[in-house]
Write a new protein. Sequence first.
Lengths: 207, 87
Amino acid sequence: MKIIKIKPLFEIYRDGKRVSAIYEKDKYGNKKNRRVIKTIYDVEGNSINEEISKGSICILRSKYNPNNPPRVETYVHPRPIEELFSTKYNQYPSVYRNKETQGIVSSDCSLPEDEYEHLFTHPSPGDFYRYGAYVLPPNPKVGEIFYIENMIEYTNTSGLREDGTHWEMENWEHHSGASSIYHYSDIEARWNGEDLEFIAFPVFIIG
Amino acid sequence: MYLKEKNLYATNGDFLKKIQCPKSASIDNLQPKNNTSLNCNLCEREVLDTDQLSENELETILRENPDTCLKINLLNPMFNQYEDNKN
């Protein structure tokens, strides 16, 4: 038997009560020996363009922080990525308290010290990047299911079960006062010819 | 608090309850009632949303009433989980 730990990646507390969080689950693993999708992060897009020049299909994704709605940008290639605005931040993500309103905010970059008190900065190097890209293995077939070992984006919206039906992971509005975002470290995904559809692992039990 | 084969235990090992719905309710059967609970449209019972409870709150509730219905998010770090390690 092994214990499965859920790691808090990023939490925001207000008046001692947790109001928002991102959690990361331990890796599920490539249990079905799928072909593996490589994940790359870079600042200038050079690594991504190098993969594209080799003929690989690259799918660009962005992370998002808990105070903003999901932002997912997808580019299907081959074509080079130009003017990729990805910044390597010294502090990302960071959480601040507004000194006047006492409101808690998260930010990708440093906020002015006279207005905001810095509470903490997430230390994970992987979170220093706004963007990453999934690189598909050669000759992907439409409908083929792959294993993504290192998932880029945080997800709280919906997913696709293996039988093709959709599930809703969280109701964003319902949790607006105490939201939680759950981050799969790894996941399976189906290639539909234009994009990757995540196949979620079971999340809820009722009883 | 930890889950083992759908049985929920307190951190000290006390059995709290089995997470098993006789009507096989799913998330689609639940409608938000308030910030901490949901209504189940299969049996009209209230289901507690454990995402909105602390571990101490939930343990107290279950020790008083083990038949309380729960919605458990397996990604909630409050619930340590065990699985077979075949390696």
